[in-house]
Design a protein around this ligand. Structure first.
Ligand code: FES
Ligand code: FES
Length: 174
């Protein structure tokens, strides 16, 4: 029996851990292997917006929000998310009702192949939750862990600026 210290102590039974993670606002029971990465657990559960890029902590495509802060799901065990809040891109908007940040990315032409965009949008959300009127430096700093192979990063900065305006106009935070 293997014990894992996270939020509370988890005990593996038959090589599996039973965890509960709040994913996009709903508590979800997951059975995971002690060494399973959160990226793999989320994708197995259908959250395919969490992308596998480098699998090494370098590209940011696997970004989620963990208790409101950006985190790399390829760099943490699923068990470390026990009793914590996870937001994936699926929790932000839908194709019919995109979040203002998603709309801003589309309207500024920041989306090309789209592979980096879920991570970028979530990094932008964390920034705008904390700082509703960021300057360019703050935006570049917030996005600097999210690599994009398609663009020169100019459009994404414009997108976050536009998103800040949209959210301000809507009178609410991201
Ligand atoms: S897949 Fe996690 S940082 Fe690249
Ligand atoms: S839009 Fe293609 S990787 Fe960023």
């Amino acid at each position: 029996m293997k014990k894992i210290q996270g939020r509370g102590t988890l005990e593996a039974v038959d090589g599996r851990l039973d965890i509960v993670v709040n994913i996009n606002g709903a508590d979800k029971a997951l059975r995971v292997a002690p060494g399973e990465y959160l990226l793999d657990a989320l994708r197995r559960e259908g959250y395919k917006g969490v992308k596998r890029g480098c699998d090494n902590g370098d590209c940011g495509t696997c970004t989620i929000l963990l208790d409101g802060k950006p985190a790399l799901s390829c760099m943490m065990f699923a068990a470390q998310a026990h009793r914590r809040r996870v937001v994936t891109i699926e929790g932000l908007g839908t194709p019919d009702r995109p979040h203002p940040i998603q709309r801003a990315f589309v309207e500024t032409g920041a989306v090309q192949c789209g592979f980096c965009i879920p991570g970028m949008v979530l990094a932008a959300k964390a920034l705008l939750d904390e700082n509703p009127e960021p300057d360019e430096t703050a935006i570049r700093r917030a996005l600097d862990g999210n690599l994009c192979r398609c663009t020169g990063y100019v459009k994404q900065v414009e997108a976050v600026m536009l998103a800040a305006k949209k959210l301000k106009a809507a009178g609410r935070r991201a």
